[in-house]
Design a protein around this ligand. Sequence first.
Ligand code: ASP
Length: 322
Amino acid sequence: MKKLLIALATATLATAALAEYPEKPVTVVVPFAAGGPTDKVARDLADALRKQLKQPVIIENVGGAGGTLGAAKVAKASPDGYTVLLHHIGMATSPALYRKLPYDTLNDFEYVGMVNEVPMTLVGRSTLPANNMAELRKWIDANKGKINLANAGLGAASHLCGLLFQQSVGVDMTTVPYKGTAPAMTDLLGGQVDLMCDQTTNTTQQIESGKIKAFAVTTPKRLAMPSLAKLPTLDESGLKGFAVSIWHGMYAPKGTPKAVIDKLNGAMRAALKDPEFAKHQEALGAVIVTDARLGGAEHKKFVESEIAKWGPAIKAAGQYAD
Ligand code: ASP
């Protein structure tokens, strides 16, 4: 009887604690450097989440190893809803790229939901002699062995896109890994690296101001955004079938109580409808998710399908890390 009373009291306390969640700041881990595309999505989302959760929402940048260090940190965090992960397509590509991933993508997280989809652009330093895809292809062929391609490490979106690009043009380039594409962009602006694939959330303003050259979009269709609409797709530029689009989702450590995940999901859905969030995201070319993938279970199914889609392509390219 005494045991039953204690169990009941503990359950009641736990329910009360959940009802009050969150009672303190929530940390969103971004597995890339500050100022880059994932960070920009996370910071916009944090501003909107703050209004919903009525608590500070803090961004912690844990860059390195293509996003896997930050993801590992969240997988091992306390499952209380106070540490969550905002990650991208790397959730689905890293399992194929790493022989020993320090977490299990499908079993070490609770899936909160999917946030947005973002196109990528193929961009280059402003001093490149090429001004369009045809000229770039010629320049690449004439400079084999001398071309640097920046990325955010093995497992990053820029890595996946760069890998497919090298395969498609049949030329190996020297990849230069950074902790995120924010520091990579600094070097591209400075002319230290030649080319990079990166999300429009990081490249749009630099393209518009003419500080970098844009050659193509990686999506199957051209973009609607007026400033980027003139960019051809890689597919129409001769790289048949080239199609990469990046998505972002939110995750919590496995074992985070369902009531907390539901609260986070509700806050995320409301945040995505925040007019300010929507305006910022639209200006950067991101498309906010409105379909069933807003739900954790549906998003998890989608990630499973992405793992199945990208795994064979990555394995065929033969790129692995331990
Ligand atoms: N866009 C980067 C990538 O290549 C990540 C980042 O810095 O947000 O995945």
